[in-house]
Design a protein around this ligand. Structure first.
Ligand SMILES: Cc1cc2nc3c(=O)[nH]c(=O)nc-3n(C[C@H](O)[C@H](O)[C@H](O)COP(=O)(O)O)c2cc1C
Length: 271
């Protein structure tokens, strides 16, 4: 019998006495075994299934029940061209947007002031949109579909706002590719819970040793090939390029440094 302990081992590369008596089935097994999919068959996703999955997205919890997000189903081939590549060719492409416009508009309609153009609202709209996307993903994966979030859309955020007609107060947090997987994909090993889950007090005193061991476990399963190593022109290609080497390389250069300026122009003063 495959148990939850087997899935735990695959997820973390750690042999722990956790979930040994639980059969690997149902929602928990589906979540532990999940992976992003970037290759799809040509088989379409029916409108009925898509509508069900969008209803699952809308079933996510939302801060104060404000429901501050919008989802654009991107079907127009011209819009698909904006993303290009394999992402643009996905059978379904959704744009999950943070949306504070709806409440601002409703405030006008109901004759109330809107006194929440601040960083807290920015955070709330992003969290709402992200939770909706994750609800969609889990529902889609349980139906056998594969998904991949695409934050790269924010590299061309102004072009997307233009092509999707996103007004002030509405901006993409992530695209989402969806389709029937054409390959099994693979489980991306996660950081050990000892680095992520804290009991009562935050404690990262063992971070370096924990991450060194994680880098080695990950490398043994799938070494990061030179073409996937970040910024090799600056740091060189390595035989052993661990997760922490690659992620810190990535963050050694600013990503999307103009985002705040974009938000300021697009209806968020971020006070
Ligand atoms: C907000 C968000 C944005 C992402 N953006 C991209 C992206 O632009 N391109 C891509 O190939 N994968 C993207 N991903 C997928 C991650 O690379 C992936 O989730 C991570 O490597 C872990 O792999 P797994 O989902 O298979 O467990 C994104 C994931 C999230 C949550």
């Amino acid at each position: 019998m495959t148990t939850i302990a087997d899935l735990y081992k695959a997820r973390f590369g750690l042999d722990k006495d956790i979930g040994q008596d639980m059969k690997a089935e149902g929602t928990v097994a589906g979540i532990l075994n999940r992976r992003s999919h970037r290759r799809y068959t040509d088989e379409p996703v029916s409108n009925d299934l898509l509508d069900v999955l969008l209803a699952c997205a809308q079933s996510a919890p939302a801060k104060s029940d404000l429901q501050q997000y919008s989802i654009i189903v991107v079907e127009d081939p011209k819009a698909r061209e904006v993303i290009g590549g394999w992402e643009g060719a996905a059978p379904v492409f959704l744009m999950f947007c943070a949306d504070s416009r709806r409440q601002r508009k409703l405030a006008k309609i109901r004759g109330h002031d809107f006194e929440n153009d601040n960083v807290d609202t920015f955070m709330n709209v992003c969290v709402d949109a992200a939770l909706a996307m994750q609800s969609f993903i889990l529902a889609a994966e349980s139906a056998g579909l594969g998904c991949c979030p695409i934050s790269q859309v924010r590299n061309r955020i102004e072009a997307w706002c233009e092509v999707l007609g996103l007004p002030e107060g509405v901006f993409p947090i992530s695209g989402l590719c969806v389709g029937w997987p054409s390959t099994p994909g693979f489980i991306s090993m996660r950081l050990p819970p000892s680095t992520v889950v804290h009991r009562d007090r935050y404690d990262d005193s063992n971070l370096e040793a924990d991450v060194d061991a994680y880098d080695k476990r990950r490398h043994a399963i799938y070494a990061i090939p030179p073409e996937k190593q970040r910024l090799t022109e600056r740091y060189g290609a390595l035989d052993f390029c661990g997760w922490s080497e690659n992620t810190t390389r990535q963050l050694s250069e600013p990503e999307r440094a103009g985002f705040k300026a974009f938000l300021n122009k697009h209806g968020f003063s971020l006070k």
